[in-house]
Design a binder for this molecule. Structure first.
Ligand SMILES: [Zn+2]
Length: 443
């Protein structure tokens, strides 16, 4: 029922350009934010960044951050989670990808504090750069809802028009990846995309191995998606290093396909294995203790080279020659793991331990797993050859793109990187090469 006497209100939202579903690109978020062009000049050999108006709203705050400011403002994995877990830490800034860059034109003819009610007529206009994407007149339903195009219904009644506008803006905001813009980002950032993409070689192997050895759910489609694009990314890696937008477009395509693979799998497992745990370890240390860390993709690239080398060593073993009793005897006890985890994670150690214990094996469980490793070794080698990439090839491509391949090249402390290689496996209940290597005695 319309409420007579209410005047039409105008609600205007701006959205960031959309190219990629936001849910797909958690790993590419760094890139997406890097797409916000830096303000002034960029050092050679990169071209002068082009200052573009990402959002059309007049008079609203486009920042003038230098690349270093953008980098420092980027959200880090685990930051919010563990900031909450440890109140003494400073509260992190809100890091919604769209919120900071979605100004709203000042054409709202009612005060921001105006409380929306049933029957209010709202005029929604969504603009991407100069292009109007949505122009919609909406009336707040008697139940208090609005139905913006392409969105689920949203509750409007009882909220200020300002908060409705923010909610709509946020809902329309998406990650945008434009190769021309990303080409102006610092080389280390674009190289991070290569590192993150190539991690699919090790993460896919981890996932498939968890199926072979632990009968966990597995779907081959995500890896099939990325076969061809992996070859193209390796070929174009040197051009990524030279900031060639076409080559960067290939990397973006790869990251998009990775995201689609995760959606199809219903899990991040095809894109996140032991190499990601190494990166998460460093990020969590940063979040908890302020330990320096590096870009996600940079850390993942280094982790990928490490994980692929582990896989190479594990698959060179003679499974019949494994001394199962000796291997069982050298596994850490539950008490040892508890001490390590508490030492690493302090206030959040119970959460970490709970993750670990979901996949931890007792002696008999390990004996059975080593038996499966021996019995299924040749099958595993054959199947995993569809996933794995030579560690040297991966390292070369990341290097050509301008990224780090050794722990010493990361901004994170080397002793933390070494600890990550050993202890990152305790972080999550996901079975990875870090677990298998420890079980079969490979370091
Ligand atoms: Zn990633």
């Amino acid at each position: 029922m319309m409420m007579p006497g209410r005047t039409a209100r105008t609600l205007v939202a701006a959205m960031t350009p959309i190219a990629v579903p936001a849910a797909l690109l958690a790993c590419a978020l760094v890139w997406a934010q890097a797409a916000e062009p830096p303000a002034d000049t960029a050092a050679p050999p990169r071209p002068e960044p082009v200052r573009e108006t990402i959002l059309p709203a007049a008079g609203e705050g486009e920042g003038s951050e230098a690349p270093a400011d953008i980098f420092n403002a980027l959200p880090r994995f685990g930051q919010q989670l563990f900031a909450r877990a440890q109140p003494r830490m400073a509260a992190p800034a809100e890091t919604q990808p769209g919120a900071a860059e979605t100004p709203v034109p000042a054409s709202v003819p009612v005060p921001a504090s105006y409380v929306v009610g049933p029957g209010d007529a709202l005029s929604l206009r969504v603009v991407v750069r100069e292009w109007e994407q949505v122009a919609q007149e909406m009336t707040v339903t008697p139940e208090g809802f609005i139905f913006p195009e392409q969105l689920e219904r949203m509750i409007a009644a009882g909220q200020t028009i300002d908060s409705v506008r923010q909610a709509v803006t946020q809902a329309y905001s998406r990650i945008f990846a434009d190769p021309e813009v990303i080409a102006t980002a610092p080389q280390r950032m674009t190289a991070a995309g290569v590192g993150d993409f190539l991690s699919k070689a090790s993460s896919s192997a981890d996932w498939r191995a968890s199926n072979i050895l632990r009968d966990e759910y597995y779907c081959p489609r995500p890896r099939e998606f990325s076969d061809d694009i992996q070859t193209r990314i390796i070929e174009t890696a040197p051009r990524v290093g030279y900031a060639d937008p076409e080559a960067i477009g290939v990397v973006l395509e790869g990251l998009l396909l990775t995201g689609l693979g995760m959606v199809i799998a219903g899990s991040s497992a095809p894109a996140s294995g032991g190499e990601h745990l190494i990166s998460h370890y460093l990020d969590m240390k940063h979040a908890l203790y302020g330990t320096p860390n590096d870009l996600h993709g940079a850390q993942v690239g280094v982790g990928t080279v490490y994980a692929l080398r582990l896989w190479e060593k594990v698959l060179e073993l003679d499974p019949q020659a494994l001394d199962v009793d000796a291997l069982i005897a050298r596994q850490p006890t539950d008490e040892q793991v508890r001490i390590w985890v508490e030492d690493d994670w302090g206030p959040v150690a119970p959460e970490v331990l709970a993750q670990w214990r979901e996949k931890a094996l007792d002696a008999e469980g390990l004996r059975a797993e080593l038996g499966r490793f021996r019995d299924r070794y040749w099958q595993m080698r054959e199947l995993l050859s569809q996933d794995l990439l030579s560690s040297d090839v991966a390292a070369k491509a990341i290097k050509q793109a301008g990224g780090p391949v050794r722990p010493e090249e990361l901004d994170a402390p080397i002793d933390e990187c070494r600890k990550a290689e050993l202890f990152a496996r305790f972080l999550r209940n996901r079975f990875t090469i870090l677990d298998l290597a420890a079980e079969v005695g490979v370091t």
